[in-house]
Write a protein that binds this ligand. Structure first.
Ligand code: GCB
Length: 593
């Protein structure tokens, strides 16, 4: 799905700001049917949960309503008009005045509605967006709703980060000409010094198509005609990790001789390949340094914020991180574009986190139910998961920063049914994008000899917490366990291995001369132990510490004011481990330490 942009033929109005807001109990039967009667206003983009002091809003399970009035620019007569919602977590319904114009499930990918028939240029309309936050056995991510003894509905889920909800990304009103570009797919390649640009353009109706490639200075470097083809860029400048270079594919849709629509899609020329136990970018071995992150800041929750975006990337640069994983859901498109422009490498993950009933059983002692079954996660869950994969690839396929798709985090991959569940999803991913490697992040209970799906994937991505959840405080034992575990995977599969999570909760300011969990020294010693082992495993291609920063979790006895495995605090101050990581990572430039 194309990102809305202002072009010579398209105009764009950003609808961020303060919207009238109410949870369903306060919103009346048809919240879209008139002016929302509420004293509350909510900021967009932001999760609504932490904006208000009312606990009922913070813990609300169900629908909330956002409303504002919107004036259609008077120059838009004769154009098509669309409303685009960058994300409604986890379900969205859009009403223009009294009319439902769009419905969407999946909290981290965009959707839009053509509202041309319902609005008039120069006039105002009432825009109401309902957002539902319920997670069930049929949603991605999954969850369960229970009812308390006093009749309140409670949402539980199988991941630790807080179930922030609302309009956490921008909302747009934009115009497109009647005959327009619907979609553009770009597949770059390299032949010697020449960049190849396979492209395919979908238009809203039969039309001529003209394309040209412009370089970063806007100079034309290749031209072509037709909706599909391959363009060649002589003397190409590659997109490289740490040295981004972006071209633009300018697409013109022709109505006879007249240019009806113009749309420019940025892209980079680079290749990605897994060969033997190496991960190659532009034919050169690449070693990932960086983090699993979260979109998480105080007050805003998962609300996108450009200031944090800039600051987080500054901190990643400072520490020598060349990459991150969008754990555990697709991030805002602003983040992806920033990574493209700044040469940061991304492992792009769906929101399929928590497809694992065995972990819960293991932690609570309750005998686990099977994860993959018609009563738990069956065909309907898999269809929601397939849709999440389709929407992720549709949105992010042209980003040069994205080098791998991660289809799930910590599914129960050692259980009956895991292979049947995942095989079609991996096939789907490869069909939608044959150019990028595919992975999943494997939970610690999945070992080289019981995991049933690892051979379907290209890179073995492991989440391991030896020295934290296992062998807590005993780094010598942890080191032995970790090395045995990694060697097992290396020998059985002969594929590249990377650590997608390793980390230790750390209270800034807590110190000890011993190996005492929660201290700043322990986090450093824990990471150093991991690094010693990684450096002994030849097939190792990268390390992503869990987590970049402390983040909010659901309330409970396992966390003190959130997950504290951040190398930075939630307000982005470095813990001691940040300096140690910086010493290891800076200067590596994607090479193995
Ligand atoms: C994991 C999960 C991650 C958690 C982390 C932890 O394995 O993938 O979402 O936050 O462990 O800190 O427990």
């Amino acid at each position: 799905m194309l990102r809305p942009r202002a072009t010579p033929t398209r105009e764009l109005v950003n609808l961020d700001g303060l919207w009238r807001f109410a949870i369903d109990a306060a919103a009346g039967e048809r919240p879209w049917g008139g002016r929302l009667d509420t004293p509350l206003e909510a900021a967009v983009p932001a999760s609504y949960n932490d904006l208000f002091t009312d606990r009922e809003i913070r813990d609300h399970v169900g629908w909330v309503w956002y409303q504002r009035s919107v004036r259609v620019p008077r120059g838009w007569a004769g154009e098509r008009v669309r409303v685009r919602v960058d994300a409604a977590t986890h379900e969205g319904r859009v009403y223009v005045d009294d009319v439902l114009v769009a419905e969407h499930a999946g909290g981290y990918t965009p959707f839009e509605a053509d509202v041309t028939e319902h609005v008039t240029a120069g006039h105002e309309f009432r825009l109401t967006i309902g957002v539902g936050n319920e997670l069930t056995g049929r949603t991605i991510p999954p969850g369960t709703i229970t009812v308390t003894a006093d009749g309140r509905r409670r949402q539980t889920y199988l991941h630790d980060f807080s179930n922030y909800a609302g309009l956490a990304r921008s909302v747009w009103l934009y115009s497109v000409p009647h005959l327009h570009v619907e979609d553009v797919t770009i597949v770059p390649g390299v032949e010697g010094d020449t960049g190849t640009v396979g492209y395919s353009v979908r238009t809203s109706g039969p039309a001529g198509v003209r394309v040209r490639v412009v370089d970063a200075d806007g100079a034309e470097v290749a031209t072509g005609e037709g909706a599909n083809g391959v363009l060649r860029i002589p003397d190409v400048t590659l997109w490289r990790p740490g040295a981004a270079y972006l071209y633009g594919l300018v697409v013109e849709v022709l109505d006879g001789d007249r240019v009806s629509d113009v749309y420019t899609e940025p892209f980079g020329v680079r290749t990605v390949e897994v060969r033997g136990t190496s991960f190659l970018i532009n034919g050169e071995p690449f070693y990932f340094t960086g983090f699993g992150k979260h979109e998480d800041t105080p007050v805003r929750g998962k609300g996108h914020d450009d200031a944090y975006l800039v600051h987080d990337f500054q901190l990643m640069d400072w520490i020598g991180a060349n990459s991150f994983r969008t754990s555990h859901y697709p991030y805002a498109e602003e983040v992806m574009e920033f990574a493209d422009r700044h040469g940061i490498v991304v492992i792009d993950e769906t929101a399929a986190v928590g497809l694992n009933l065995a972990v819960q059983g293991g932690l609570t002692g309750v005998p686990p139910r099977p994860t993959f079954s018609p009563e738990t996660f069956g065909d309907e869950t898999r269809e929601a998961h397939a849709q999440a994969i389709r929407e992720l690839i549709a949105r992010d396929k042209n980003h040069p920063s994205v080098v791998m798709w991660c289809v799930a985090n910590e599914p129960s991959s050692a259980e009956d049914g895991a292979r049947e569940y995942f095989e079609p999803l991996v096939e789907l991913t490869r069909k939608l994008d044959p150019t990028r490697p595919v992975c999943y992040a494997a939970v610690i209970f999945a070992t080289h000899d019981n995991d049933r799906i690892a051979d379907l994937f290209d890179v073995l991505c492991l989440n391991r917490y030896y020295g934290w959840y296992i062998a807590t405080g005993d780094l010598a034992t942890a080191e032995t366990y970790l090395e045995r575990d990694l060697r097992g995977w290396a020998e059985r599969f002969g594929k590249p291995i990377m650590m997608t999570e390793y980390g230790a909760d750390t209270m800034p300011g807590l110190h000890s001369v011993w190996d005492t969990p929660w201290t700043e020294e322990y986090q450093q010693a824990y990471l150093a132990m991991n690094h010693r082992v990684f450096d002994r495993i030849e097939a190792f291609v990268g390390e992503h510490v869990w987590n970049f920063a402390d983040f909010q979790t659901s309330d409970g006895i396992h966390r003190v004011d959130g997950n504290r495995k951040g190398v930075f605090t939630r307000d982005r101050r470095p813990k001691a481990a940040a300096h140690a990581l910086r010493a290891r990572w800076t200067g590596l430039a994607g090479r193995r330490p």
